[in-house]
Design a protein around this ligand. Sequence first.
Ligand SMILES: Cc1ncc(COP(=O)(O)O)c(C=O)c1O
Length: 419
Amino acid sequence: MFEVVRAVAALRDEAETGHLGRIERLLDFVRDSGLYPPFHTVESRINEPESVIEGRPYLMFGANNYLSLSEDEAVKAAAIRAISRYGIGPGGSRHMSGTVDIIVELERRLADLTGMEACMTIPTGYMANVGVIRSLTCEFVGRMPYSDSESVVFVDEYIHGSVSDGCRLAGVRTVRYRHNSLDDLERRLEQNRGYTNRVIVTEGVFCLEGEIIDIPEYVALAREWDAMLLVDDAHAIGVLGPRGGGSPDYHDCADGIDLVVGSLDKALGGTGGYIAGSRTLIDYLWLTLRSNVLSSALPCGMAGAMLEVLDRVETATDIRAELASKAHWLRTTLRAEGFTVLGPHDIPSVPLFIGDEAEGIAFASGLLESGIYCPLMRWPAVPPGRCRFRLSIMARHEQRHLDALVEACVTVGRDLGII
Ligand SMILES: Cc1ncc(COP(=O)(O)O)c(C=O)c1O
């Protein structure tokens, strides 16, 4: 796969001149190599186990609606009630048009669920990550609170692209440490001890690796080094913890985490993002977070839906246990069939590792022909030669759906000589 990167670099010399010449050349190359992502049109039930895609029924294993709340009748009714009362949009940036009470209530509830003091919602988790790194590392005015040159961010090498984009936007010194290696992180803290404003970023759940991260170990290291700790809990909220509050709830360590960033579009079944932390940090983000200041707020209907979702999440203990046991069954069954399934933990997105892109693409089309919808995660979303499927399990998946998935994987895997 590194040849692909080299071949792409060589295209510069062959490209037609003019603005679009290089873009067209690149697109042709990506399409001809079969690497252009397929976009299928889902006609109904995108968040249900049985979906209709381009006129054909499919079993859906690509949606992250883990708790199956997206299609819940009471949740949809709550969204409609909120739209009837407030209209479809929030009216603009909260700095310009005020802030809607239903969104303020949602933030109070998210703070309570995560165990943090305060919370701010943002239209997407991506925007939350992109904005927050800059706020934590760059000067706002007059070298306050930090001058850019005293800041450094330590990120796990597999951190989500939204954090990497946030680091680039901030222009801050960014140091990658080996995936989930506290030893390597400590070595790099030591090497960069001259930078006094340190921020460590990890994820609570690395869904592409099948791992729950031991956040208390990061809390201890962050304290030792007087660093801020930011945890991206996009795949942990709703799934981990007795109340579904994500990493702080699961590890009972809310007081050791400075900020938790999360997404409303995975287990919570909606769309949107949030940042939760101390009152001081959230007040500071109200002042500085450009993805809040310069962008419109969460839609009101979504806030209404999410309030209903949160009522359910806190008591969804049985659903969380069932999801874990379905994940356990799927992981162990696929492994017994000879597949490589990454990670030690029973989280509801199960990473089925393929590796080679050409095999991954052939496997993906085999699954599609067998009526299974689960797009391939491939370069550039994962490193070249490390493609995989993220098989997402929802509460409404029944054993017969999982059986059909395994049967399709085994048939396609044998045809391709993968198992
Ligand atoms: C770990 C992680 N962080 C952040 C995001 C971005 O969240 P959102 O979809 O709300 O923009 C995602 C979504 O894919 C994610 O997986």
